[in-house]
Design a protein around this ligand. Structure first.
Ligand code: COA
Length: 366
């Protein structure tokens, strides 16, 4: 028997976080409830989203972008190398959509809008939440479904849940399940937040949240998004006049930036959703579960990524029946999927034009 719960009453939101919601964001609130994997039913969970370009009459020119952990819907700003006329994400040709994830704090329903009682969510829930938006928009086929990191989790889950809709799949700096090291790093981040005396079991006032814990969590996270060689090259052992290591000042800066723009409860919900993710759970052996994805796919690795290392993408690509697999060189670690996206943009375009293996050759030959 499934329990039926409606969302708790809306609570006041931290205005400084709302200030980071993209100005072009639109909101869709479905009439139908969303049944979560946990059995909790969410009544009218709003989807915040952005779109670019026009959906064609047959509803089959959609390109759906799934964002990463603390990302927004504004793909144009965080993936500029992919975005624009003539590029893989081309709003003059396609209808490009990005939805804020369920549980996030940039326009969709989550603890930021509905308080600490907002339920735990899964990657599968996020996808079904977005599917309601796709139906509302009239999307019949998604010609390319893509995402990096947590966006890759959603993209893969989309293809598994809605095989008739997703036509091509691009999975970047990601895996088919959260790897053990990533679980450990994420759990350490969650612990920093939960141990902050201001966390109050999630019932903090919006203007007085656990920012020290969230700050430390982001510093751990950010460290895992970069790589040792890059940090050595940039900071070596340099110290400021007070003796503070520059690398620590850099991480503190990243922590300080995040606490101004993100909600701690959201951070926890999304981290736990990532940790629980295993695309094969309940679907059989990986070879069987992923082997049924009979669509062209592209799997992209970043050579310096140690959070979702290239071994993860090699395994993922081997499990997908029609996947091209490329590796790009970046000094930026996991952040290479954002900062060096220009290096895999041609491969994405080739996937759209049905020739990802050709792109593979070109990238490999440099
Ligand atoms: N002391 C203090 N601050 C320093 C510093 C130092 N020694 N050295 C650099 N900085 C600051 C810069 O002043 C700059 O500040 P600003 O962003 O406020 O202008 C900032 O650090 C630059 O950060 P950096 O990481 O070097 O930028 P980048 O261009 O290499 O990367 C991002 C940009 C957005 C990708 C990266 O900063 C980021 O946020 N990464 C995380 C992305 C993410 O959430 N990924 C999720 C994956 S799951």
């Amino acid at each position: 028997m499934l329990s039926r719960n409606s969302l708790p009453p809306k609570m006041p939101r931290a205005p400084q976080i709302d200030g980071f919601i993209p100005a072009q964001l639109r909101r869709f609130t479905p009439d139908a409830p969303l049944m979560l994997a946990s059995g909790v039913e969410l009544v009218a969970p709003t989807v915040g989203y952005q779109s670019w370009g026009k959906l064609n009459a047959t509803g089959d020119n959609a390109v759906w972008v799934c964002h990463a952990l603390t990302g927004t819907t504004d793909v144009e700003s965080w993936w500029p190398a992919l975005f624009g006329a003539g590029k893989a994400l081309d709003p003059t040709r396609d209808f490009i959509v990005c939805a804020n994830v369920l549980g996030g704090c940039y326009g969709s329903a989550g603890p930021h809008t509905h308080g600490a009682d907002f339920p735990e969510i899964t990657i599968s829930d996020m996808v079904r939440h977005q599917h309601a938006l796709a139906l509302y928009l009239g999307v019949k086929k998604i010609k390319l479904m893509l995402g990096g990191s947590m966006g890759g989790f959603q993209a893969l889950e989309w293809a598994l849940q809605f095989p008739g809709i997703v036509q091509r799949l691009a999975l970047i700096s990601t895996s088919y399940r959260q790897p053990a090291q990533a679980i450990a790093l994420s759990s350490l981040q969650c612990a920093q937040i939960e141990r902050d005396p201001k966390f109050l079991n999630g019932r903090y006032a919006p203007e007085n949240g656990p920012i020290d814990g969230l700050n430390l969590a982001r510093q751990i996270g950010h460290l895992s998004y970069r790589c040792g060689a890059e940090l050595d090259a940039r900071f070596d052992r340099a110290q400021d006049e007070s003796g503070e290591f520059e690398v620590n000042r850099y991480l503190a800066h990243q922590g300080n930036k995040l606490v101004r723009r993100f909600d701690a409860n959201s951070y926890l919900r999304l981290n736990r959703a990532m940790n629980a993710f295993d695309a094969c759970a309940g679907r059989g052996e990986p070879r069987f579960a992923l082997g049924r994805l009979n669509i062209p796919a592209l799997v992209v690795a970043v050579d310096s990524d140690w959070l979702y290392p290239p071994s993860e993408q090699a395994r993922l690509a081997a499990l997908l029946p029609h996947a091209a697999h490329i590796s790009i060189h970046s000094n930026a670690g996991h952040d290479g999927f954002l900062l060096d996206a220009a290096l895999f943009e041609p491969a994405l375009r080739a996937l759209l034009h049905g020739d990802a293996h050709q792109a593979n050759m070109r990238v490999a030959q440099g």
